[in-house]
Design a protein around this ligand. Structure first.
Ligand SMILES: Cc1cc2nc3c(=O)[nH]c(=O)nc-3n(C[C@H](O)[C@H](O)[C@H](O)COP(=O)(O)O)c2cc1C
Ligand code: SF4
Length: 483
């Protein structure tokens, strides 16, 4: 006999339960589809009414608390409130040019069009891209050959941490069966828009790199976690992925506006349909990842370079994409050697805007610290900038000028971290909040801010809280006069 499900707490509206059952069809289960289903319900009704949350809980056989805690964690879900139609990006690359009067949202990954204002009613524009019919896949190479070539190239991860790719793949070869590959397409670091460039120009290059990775580590499933802001990329992937006829199931999942879900373990939680709270490591994803299965997580551009290394040789590992924005004439994505300097990138981007004098730059988005103009000749290679309290991370180079006050810049970045902290650990949750408030004072206590920064750096659980103070500490070192 079929087991009947009786919900606890708020009773449900049967009409809504029926509507949502029809809306979800065969996607009502399993639980990891919760975020996908919240999107479906919100897209259908324009918001998430509490009654719809109750009905969804019943349909998915979850408690209402489980559904509510997830819905309320993600910025793109609007509970008992319609989604704001007009939005203005408040990311630092846009804020330099003045934030519009739409609902303020964190960096939307369109820094080359700063300042960005948009409406949810705008039609989704699909750019011209290389489709499956125009792309030539190579035969899948032998896994041993792949590992040899990757090792020889010295390729490092391009999502932020720069971990050697071959080494990470080797962990997987020794892991238990039932392995998973996850493609990190969350791209939330303010100032970063290079993964978007990869996916909207040549998606099959990323997909080929992905298939090579999956074949090499013998993955049984592939998950792509795509940031919700990239609706046009979702459309491209939904069109192109079925053409692959991949023997390994490819699951495309939609983020919901949480920067922290770019952090690999928060991303795994989100893929499981939960709040994006980073996990304590160990165990590492290669040991216990998605659904407890050994998991390899790689960034979009990393997989793009994997494809290039296999197709064109190891030299592909010595170039990468830089997202360049700020006070320059031609912001955009530039492909350049991994040891290029900020000075050379500014030249590639057409030089400084008229009337602006180069003052400083952020080498690695919001997290990577700030360097003064006289350090623009440092190679932007992995491991070089750490000596100066900075890192290259996702290579989001944001150029600042004499018209930018560093306290204002840091206040914008800290506000972002305060908004995006998952709140799980006290140093980050309270530290980001306290620093945001201190930065609003005319003459903040800089000793207190430094002390707080070092506590956050040393005792936060994940990279968000550890790196959040970087721009502040840099600015206090190089631009004390702006405070
Ligand atoms: C707060 C935070 C946000 C992150 N966001 C992203 C992201 O949006 N995309 C990404 O690829 N990596 C991001 N990372 C890095 C990932 O945790 C992980 O290192 C990366 O996806 C691994 O892929 P890779 O080795 O190919 O670089 C983030 C890390 C932290 C701490
Ligand atoms: S450091 Fe911040 S984002 Fe990371 S787990 Fe702690 S509270 Fe969450």
């Amino acid at each position: 006999m079929k087991k009947q499900f009786f919900p606890k707490g708020r009773q449900t509206d049967q009409k809504l339960v029926d509507e949502i059952t029809t809306l979800l069809g065969s996607n009502a289960h399993p639980r990891d589809l919760l975020i996908e289903n919240l999107h479906r319900v919100q897209d259908h009704y324009g918001q998430l009414h509490k009654d719809a949350i109750a009905a969804l809980a019943q349909v998915m056989h979850l408690s209402q608390a489980q559904v509510f805690e997830v819905a309320s964690f993600y910025a793109h879900f609007h509970i008992d409130n319609p989604a704001p139609v007009h939005k203005s990006c408040s990311g630092i690359s846009c804020a330099l040019f003045g934030i519009g009067d739409g609902h303020g949202v964190p960096c939307v990954g369109q820094c080359h069009n700063a300042p960005v204002n948009f409406s949810l009613k705008d039609a989704i524009e699909i750019p011209e891209y290389i489709a499956f019919e125009d792309y030539a896949y190579m035969p899948l190479p032998d896994p041993h050959v792949v590992m040899e070539k990757l090792e020889a190239s010295g390729l490092r991860g391009l999502g932020g941490a720069g971990f050697p790719v071959a080494q990470k793949w080797r962990f997987m070869l020794n892991a238990a069966d039932n392995r998973v590959l996850v493609v990190n397409a969350d791209e939330g670091e303010p100032g970063t828009f290079k993964d978007r460039h990869c996916l909207e120009t040549n998606p099959h290059k990323v997909l080929e790199g992905m298939l090579i990775a999956a074949h090499t580590i013998k993955a049984k499933d592939i998950y792509i976690y795509l940031r919700d802001e990239y609706a046009h990329v979702r459309h491209i992937l939904e069109t192109e992925i079925p053409k692959l006829n991949s023997p390994i199931p490819i699951h495309l999942r939609r983020g919901a506006g949480a920067y922290i879900c770019g952090e690999e373990t928060a991303l795994l939680e989100s893929l499981e349909g939960k709040r994006g709270l980073p996990r304590i490591k160990p165990p590492y994803p290669a040991q216990e990842g998605l659904f407890g299965r050994p998991t390899l997580i790689n960034n979009v551009e990393t997989l793009w370079r994997v494809q290039e290394i296999l197709a064109d040789g190891p030299a592909a590992a010595s170039k990468r994409f830089y997202s360049v924005s700020g006070r320059i004439k031609n912001p955009g994505v530039f492909e350049a050697p991994t040891d290029i300097t900020a000075a050379a990138l500014i030249e590639m981007a057409g030089g400084m805007l008229d009337g602006h004098q180069f003052k400083a730059y952020l080498p690695g988005g919001a997290s990577g610290g700030i360097l003064p103009a006289h350090k623009a000749d440092l190679p932007l290679s992995f491991g070089v900038l750490e000596e100066y309290g900075c890192f290259i991370g996702s290579a989001a180079v944001i150029v600042l000028s004499d018209q930018d006050n560093m306290k204002d810049v840091v206040a914008n970045l800290m506000d972002f971290f305060d908004h995006e902290s998952c709140g799980q650990c006290t140093p980050c949750r309270v530290g980001c909040h306290k620093l945001t408030h201190l930065l609003q004072e005319d003459h903040p206590d800089t000793d207190l801010m430094s002390e707080l920064s070092y506590v956050m750096r040393d005792s936060s659980i994940c990279g968000l809280g550890q790196a959040a103070p970087n721009p502040l500490l840099s600015a206090l070192t190089h631009f004390a006069e702006d405070f």
